[in-house]
Design a protein. Structure first.
Length: 339
């Protein structure tokens, strides 16, 4: 009797272990997945997430419904904190918040109630090709002339914590760019108007935004791209200097890598709460990659003039860990630049 009981116990244990190891492909059937976007409807994060939501479900076993919900506030910090501590870790809540908040954790800023290393990362649909453009009216025609200018160029920016402010701040420190910041603009559209009127002479937006809204000015030479802050030259900009190759010190290169390249890549990531079952994480990672390769998504993106250059969940995870393990001296320097 003892041997029979022991045998049954062993079989039961093996059954439980086997059931836990199964992919549970039927889990998502009949369920609804929420993509919680940390910004308001109609913005870039929201637009991309609604496109992804329309195609993601068909690539997930069980074909669940996928919807988008907006949870605004504190530049998406509220959504990130909610995902970390309040959302159930069952794979049915996906967060879409500003990856730049990982720097806030590194800088130990108040309000960050999460450990980014503990999120489960699904991927990021698009990164940012950060550039700096300068008006023809400044007389500056290339990066070398800008760097050698005795007079600082007025650069339009928004405010601390935004790409339009933080990225040129890092470039100013890493390359020694002579820049006078004129900040407080509400967004790129206002800075564009200010540059066209001569109020400022430069701005550092994304290439994706620039080519969509300034194509004619780029073609006529009224606005010129001076530098691009990407690991490798963008195919559209083969002759524009790459910032990290121009930096004159290892510290400058590290600042560009951590403060621009890494943050640009994980700018719009998708993540799951800590503790989400690994098999569901893997299913959602695969589904995300399949969605990024979906011809129907690509057709919709082309029709809407949306660029997709995705990073995998594994790639996002590595970048997050790299940022959080940044040398303290470099982290302090970056914090001082972005204070």
């Amino acid at each position: 009797m003892f041997k029979i009981g022991l045998g049954l116990a062993v079989l039961a244990t093996l059954h439980i272990a086997a059931s836990q190891a199964l992919p549970q492909e039927d889990f998502f059937e009949g369920k609804t997945i929420r993509i919680v976007v940390g910004f308001s409807a109609g913005g870039g994060f929201d637009i991309y997430s609604r496109v992804v939501a329309r195609h993601l479900g068909k690539h997930i076993p069980g074909n669940p419904t996928v919807i988008v919900e907006n949870m605004t506030g504190a530049a998406s910090l509220i959504a990130a904190n909610h995902l970390y501590s309040a959302a159930k870790p069952d794979g049915l809540t996906i967060g879409n918040w500003n990856g730049g908040l990982v720097l806030n954790q590194l800088f130990e800023r108040s309000g960050v109630n999460f450990d980014a290393a503990k999120f489960e990362w699904i991927g990021a649909p698009v990164g940012i090709t950060s550039i700096c453009v300068i008006s023809k009216s400044t007389g500056i025609t290339d990066l070398n002339k800008w760097m050698a200018s005795k007079t600082p160029i007025k650069l339009g920016a928004t405010g601390l914590g935004s790409d339009l402010y933080d990225f040129p701040k890092v470039l100013q420190a890493a390359l020694g760019l002579p820049v006078q910041f004129v900040s407080g603009y509400k967004g790129f559209a206002d800075i564009k108007t200010a540059l066209e009127s001569g109020e400022v002479g430069a701005v550092c937006p994304s290439w994706e935004t620039t080519k969509a809204s300034w194509r004619n000015s780029i073609q006529t030479g009224d606005v010129n791209v001076m530098v691009q802050a990407v690991p490798r030259a963008h195919p559209d900009l083969p002759n524009v200097p790459v910032a990290i190759n121009t930096a004159k010190s290892e510290e400058g290169r590290m600042l560009i890598q951590a403060g621009i390249h890494d943050i640009s890549t994980i700018n719009r990531p998708y993540s799951l709460p800590p503790g989400t079952p690994k098999n569901r994480v893997q299913m959602l990672r695969k589904a995300f990659q399949d969605t990024m390769n979906d011809p129907e998504l690509k057709a919709e993106a082309a029709k809407s003039s949306l660029d997709f250059n995705p990073a995998t969940g594994e790639e996002v995870e590595k970048i997050v860990v790299r940022i959080l393990r940044l040398e303290r001296s470099t982290a302090n320097k970056l914090k001082d630049i972005l204070k």
